[in-house]
Design a binder for this molecule. Structure first.
Ligand SMILES: Cc1ncc(C[n+]2csc(CCOP(=O)(O)OP(=O)(O)O)c2C)c(N)n1
Ligand SMILES: CC(=O)[C@@H](O)[C@H](O)COP(=O)(O)O
Ligand SMILES: [Mg+2]
Length: 660
């Protein structure tokens, strides 16, 4: 019987390679440099094959990595890493880099607990120059390194590799602006694939685009002519020259203009899948002084047909079938929190014309794709610009609208001051739909949503809620759009708990908790995704002869003060549970409440994450490890009750494993 025919072109060739594997012999870039340029296409094929087959079993960022195989090989081929430093912006495209720098034998552990991180990590390899995960940091970090090397009088190259999507962020421009001024030796490689996760947005993206449409050129020419008319003295002459023909104008209008204005030496555009072009360009750049920008054109998903055809789906995904590209996940009838949020917002927006939605380059991840289809005029993708997204929403709110900023918890960290300064001080009705709150899993430290309860709770005017399930999320969203002031609802990554969705939406009175079970031995106050695990723990307690009152707090701020105080006094022991750092979060709020009301004698234990960053791994493994699953909550409760099966150190999640 013959082997089934693979359905993707480049990899089918790779599968049938008769030649000896080149990748097998590469343990560091030194080995890479031994290859002839003519051998590099074969190496690229092998690497693509390795990445596709590994990611099909581990999940990960496939399309971004397939797009930079040649670019990464060329960089390591020309530059002298790790003496020269490469900083990978976002870092979701560093798989080839990992394979070439001594990690190919453990590549199959990618994103798994205890395995390789999906992002560059200084602790993982000396070739990883800077930890990344959030976008647009590379230019600033690289510039800092360039300055450091200059102060130390070392001549080494620093290269920031940044995508066109990441280039939309203000931070990237702050870096470019400073770099042009400092004039240090810095190489910025702009990896332009015309994609963010979704198609890239923004005026800059069309400016960079190699496909300037005729309409765009005519429009740009008109704008430019108007501008030139205003330039005293030489404007008219310049205009005559620029007007000569459409084509001359088009060539005049290059992406290079922008970077040259920022005092960068611009090279490009370079074909990013051609080794000859890349190696020659980098070879030249190596000897240039001052800031240089190399504009490289690549195709996201290159070499794997399903990913090339649908780079958004293959940006980051779980396990999939290698042959077809179909996801392997078992189909569930239970919708994700994200889906429930998106559908509910559409429903609410039908009735309430004040609702608009704002996304910072994540319409897919935050569930707003259908909203965009239903209400294109009321949907705004602002690019990877969380700070701008928040202040932009604040501006919209001043006009009487109800902007809903749908954003991952981890990415809102970037806009803390905008939330405080532009929304909360003015008490503006901006709704924050915080997706990926709590433990997110395989993306690890940079992406865990474990700080939001702490960084939002202390802001005056802010209301902060977390639903126990997907149905409560809907009622909270309705409550949020009806509220006049800043309000946030925070929900986890992944599927809901399967609660039926009630047809009628109800407003939840602000600060009203929900008592789920009654018992006098212990009060368990849980919030958000921890509520159902707390209920399960309470059932475990019952088997041991204890009866607990379990409360779904719903609100982190304002707390249901009267209810909590009276239940705490009645039960005499309080266990708080939250998927957040314990410092400054929900449990801290409860402690403050009890202390402020003189209830000093009541023992309180807080379950949450301790003073550490939670690594990558599945949500299940991490919840177990940090004691936030039913078993961990049960052990915490038993300890509080003085039971021998309890774990001693339950206040801080990171001590969970140390048996008392
Ligand atoms: C601050 C921040 N916001 C959002 C994201 C989510 N995110 C990860 S990759 C990405 C798109 C990046 O596009 P680009 O830089 O062009 O890289 P490509 O995936 O096209 O290679 C986004 C929005 C992030 N990592 N960091
Ligand atoms: C690199 C990055 O920031 C995103 O691609 C992120 O990994 C998406 O996470 P989700 O899979 O939770 O949407
Ligand atoms: Mg891109």
């Amino acid at each position: 019987m013959s082997d089934p025919k693979p359905q993707f072109s480049v990899c089918s060739e790779a599968l049938s390679l008769q030649k000896k594997s080149l990748l097998d012999a590469i343990n560091s870039p030194v080995d890479l440099k031994r290859l002839a340029v003519e051998q590099l296409p074969q190496l690229a094929q092998e690497i693509r094959q390795q990445i596709i087959s590994t990611v099909s079993t581990t999940g990960g960022h496939l399309a971004p990595n397939l797009g930079v195989v040649e670019l990464t090989i060329a960089l390591h081929y020309v530059f002298d890493t790790p003496r020269d430093k490469i900083i990978w912006d976002v870092g979701h495209q560093a798989y080839t880099h990992k394979l070439l720098t001594g990690r190919k034998d453990v590549f199959h552990t990618l994103r798994q607990s205890g395995g390789l991180s999906g992002f560059p990590k200084r602790g993982e390899s000396p070739y990883d120059a800077f930890d990344t995960g959030h976008s647009s940091t590379s230019i600033s970090a690289a510039l800092g390194m360039a300055v450091g090397k200059c102060l130390k009088k070392e001549r080494r190259r620093v290269i920031a590799v940044i995508g066109d999507g990441s280039m939309t962020a203000g931070l990237a421009f702050e870096g470019l602006n400073n770099a042009g001024d400092l004039s240090k030796d810095l190489i910025v490689v702009l990896n332009d694939n015309e994609m963010s996760i979704s198609p890239n947005v923004g005026a800059l993206s069309s400016f960079l685009s190699r496909k300037l449409t005729k309409r765009a050129v005519v429009y740009a020419r008109r704008q430019f002519e108007n501008f030139l008319k205003m330039v005293p003295g030489i404007g008219d002459e310049l205009m005559l020259w620029a007007k000569k023909s459409e084509e001359s104008f088009k060539s005049f209008l290059t992406p290079g203009m922008l970077f040259e204005a920022l005092k960068f030496n611009y090279l490009g555009p370079v074909q990013g899948h051609r080794f000859d072009h890349l190696i020659e360009t980098f070879g030249n750049v190596k000897n240039l002084n001052g800031p240089v920008l190399v504009h490289v054109l690549t195709t996201k998903g290159k070499g794997y047909e399903p990913a090339e055809c649908n780079p958004t789906c293959f940006h980051g995904l779980g396990c999939f079938d290698l042959e077809t590209g179909e996801p392997k996940k078992t189909v569930s009838d239970i919708p994700t929190y994200t889906e429930v949020f998106g559908n509910t917002l559409i429903k609410l927006a039908r009735e309430d014309h004040r609702i608009v939605a704002v996304s910072a380059a994540m319409p897919d991840g935050t569930g707003l794709v259908d909203f965009r289809l239903h209400y294109p005029d009321r949907f705004f993708d602002v690019g990877i610009c969380e700070q701008h997204a928040v202040t932009f929403a604040a501006g919209i709110a001043t006009e009487g609208f109800r902007p809903v900023v749908a954003i991952y918890s981890t990415f809102l960290q970037r806009a803390y001051d905008q939330v405080l300064h532009d929304v909360c001080i003015q008490n503006l009705p901006v709704i924050f739909a915080l997706d990926r709150g709590g433990i997110v899993g395989e993306d690890g430290e940079t992406h865990q949503g474990l700080f939001d309860l702490s960084y939002l709770r202390h802001l005056p005017n802010m209301i902060l809620m977390a639903p126990k399930d997907e149905d409560e999320l809907r009622h909270m969203l309705y409550t949020a759009v009806s509220h006049v002031g800043p309000i946030a609802l925070r929900y986890p990554r992944g599927g809901g708990v399967g609660t039926p969705l009630s047809p009628v939406l109800k407003k939840i009175p602000l600060g009203q908790a929900e008592v789920l079970t009654e018992g006098d031995d212990l009060l368990i106050l849980a919030v958000g995704a921890s509520v159902y695990p707390a209920l399960e723990a309470a059932r475990g307690l019952e088997e041991q002869g204890f009866k607990a009152t379990v409360v779904n707090a719903r609100f982190i701020k304002p707390l249901d003060q009267a209810q909590i105080l009276s239940l705490a006094a009645r039960c005499g022991r309080v266990l708080t549970v939250e998927e957040n750092v314990a410092a400054g979060g929900f449990g801290s709020a409860v402690l403050e409440l009890l202390s402020d009301h003189g209830l000093h004698g009541i023992p309180v234990k807080r379950l949450g994450v301790g003073d550490l960053f939670v690594e990558h791994g599945s949500q299940k493994i991490l919840r177990r490890k940090y004691g936030l699953d039913p078993q961990g909550i049960l052990e915490g409760a038993l300890n509080l009750l003085g039971h021998p099966n309890g774990k001693k150190n339950v206040i801080w999640g990171n001590f969970q494993n140390s048996e008392g």
